[in-house]
Design a protein around this ligand. Structure first.
Ligand SMILES: Cc1cc2nc3c(=O)[nH]c(=O)nc-3n(C[C@H](O)[C@H](O)[C@H](O)COP(=O)(O)OP(=O)(O)OC[C@H]3O[C@@H](n4cnc5c(N)ncnc54)[C@H](O)[C@@H]3O)c2cc1C
Length: 398
């Protein structure tokens, strides 16, 4: 009997993990099912570009997984029963229950309004493709002079505001940040960010908390009203509630708590990667929701599962940070070098070169998902159970 591996979610981390497992395990010994709601890979890190009107290269999973042995199931995951080892899904054929031996949970995250009144009704989000497409339509209908207000001064807010201001110089773009603009990068990088914001004419409201979102304005905690024909909410991500509704140990935010192998601390047959997993990096601090840490998490999980099933030794993949790559529109960017625990160093790259570097990183991330062994030849190993059954030594396929 084949070992049944189910991977939930085909974003950066689930697709990577499924593809890597398929390339490292013998197809006769394992059945790898990848469940995803959509038929093509979504480059989530480019959702601000989609909202700004850019079209992305289509990346159908049928092409990405052709010949790999990964079976793609187009369905929505509705529940997981980690004790019964089953997953409930709903697809074109209706509701179904799938049984697994090993589960990789990679459902990613969506946006959160943090309970701010009016945000759910009036704000747009770019954490998902439907959200980005809805905002794109809204921006296309806005007349010259209308204000687009981006709430959130983190990476996503900064990228979104600059992208919109560059693509639509006829609009007024504002950014509302709880702290100071770019106060998490080095002084030189921050100065560059401010210069680009000024060049693009983006109005920045610093040290401001948004207390309410209205149809035509955002209101800050101190009562100031900022006119807004379209409000874009980028104050952080929240995981889907599915994991928290299971017996699996999760954090207060609903992320699955995992060990260094990305295995759940309560259910070792469940692995969690990407935004859905709560892992501690090598520097001793929790990894943040990002591709930068999610893809290494997926590699660790795939290799740990391979090791567990075949007896092969898993190599050590570093879990830490190296740089933050920030686009400031299509022609400007910032590469901020950081410590392993994500704190800014003094070194940064700025300007056109940084924009090109960031573009390469985005392309590289999508390429890595389709090439999860990074082009290196790998052996497809027999599982220890299969070798035992057939009475042969554990073998590998070239
Ligand atoms: C605009 C933007 C810019 C970003 N820029 C950066 C950046 O520069 N660098 C960086 O490191 N990170 C960046 N991020 C964060 C990064 O995109 C996420 O951390 C990353 O996508 C997480 O990968 P994941 O595989 O965990 O989840 P996702 O990529 O979100 O994939 C989850 C998958 O699960 C599917 N799914 C979800 N729920 C269900 C369900 N119930 N049933 C079936 N399928 C489901 C989704 O359709 C999706 O395919 C950015 C995010 C955004 C929104």
């Amino acid at each position: 009997m084949q070992h049944r591996i189910i991977v939930l979610g085909a974003g950066y981390t689930g697709a990577f993990a499924a593809g890597r497992l398929a390339r490292r395990l013998h197809p006769e010994d394992v059945q790898i099912t990848l469940v995803n709601a959509e038929a093509d890979f979504v480059e989530r890190v480019r959702m601000h570009q989609v909202a700004a009107g850019q079209d992305l290269k289509p990346r159908p999973f049928a092409e990405m997984f052709a010949g790999t042995g990964v079976e793609l199931k187009l369905a929505k995951v509705t529940a997981v029963d980690a004790d019964a080892k089953t997953v409930a899904v709903t697809g074109a054929g209706g509701a179904e229950t799938l049984a697994y031996d090993t589960l990789v949970y990679a459902l990613g995250s969506g946006w959160t309004d943090h309970g701010v009144p009016g945000a759910a009704e009036h704000a747009h989000q770019i954490a998902s493709r439907p959200g980005a497409l809805k905002l794109r339509e809204r921006l296309a209908r806005l007349d010259a002079g209308a204000t687009v207000t981006v709430v959130g001064g983190g990476l996503t807010g900064v990228e979104a505001a600059t992208e919109f201001a560059e693509a639509r110089p006829d609009l007024k773009v504002a950014l509302v940040a709880r702290g100071g603009l770019g106060d998490w990068v080095s002084p030189k990088a921050q100065a560059h960010m401010r210069k680009v914001f000024a060049k693009l004419g983006i109005e920045v409201h610093e040290h401001a908390d948004v207390a309410e979102v209205r149809a035509d304005a955002v209101v800050t905690a101190d009562g100031a009203e900022i006119a807004s024909a379209a409000t874009v909410w980028t104050t952080g991500f929240a995981v889907h509630p599915i994991a928290a509704a299971t017996a699996i140990e999760t954090t207060d935010r609903g992320q699955i708590v995992v060990d260094r192998d990305m295995a759940s601390v309560s259910h070792p047959d469940v692995f969690a990667v990407g935004d859905a997993g709560y892992a501690i990096g090598d520097a001793g601090v929790p990894l943040r929701m990002s591709c930068a840490s999610g893809i290494p998490m997926a590699q660790v999980a795939a290799d740990a599962i391979t090791a567990r099933l075949t007896g092969a030794k898993a190599g050590k993949v570093p879990l830490g940070y190296f740089n933050q790559c920030i686009s400031l529109g299509r022609t400007e960017g910032l590469i901020q070098y950081v410590t392993a625990d994500d704190q800014a160093r003094s070194v940064s790259l700025r300007g056109r070169f940084a924009a090109r570097y960031k573009e390469l990183i985005c392309k590289g991330a999508a390429w890595g998902v389709a090439n999860p062994t990074y082009g290196m030849p790998v052996r497809r190993r027999r599982t220890a159970r299969a070798a035992e059954r057939t009475g042969t030594a554990v073998k590998a396929l070239a």
